[in-house]
Ligand binder design. Sequence first.
Ligand code: ZN
Length: 60
Amino acid sequence: MSELRACKVCRRITTELTCPYCGGETSTEWHGYVYILNSEMSQIAKEMGAENGEYALRVR
Ligand SMILES: [Zn+2]
């Protein structure tokens, strides 16, 4: 089983050591899974400046 990681830069959820979206470093130390389905309708997405996808609320 591969461990889920989160990007320290853009907070995308990934299993890669390097973020496939922005190339940033990823970490297993993250909390708060968020799945953004419709970024234009989501207040959380607006606050995060996020596009549709899987995100962590907090990454260490
Ligand atoms: Zn990233």
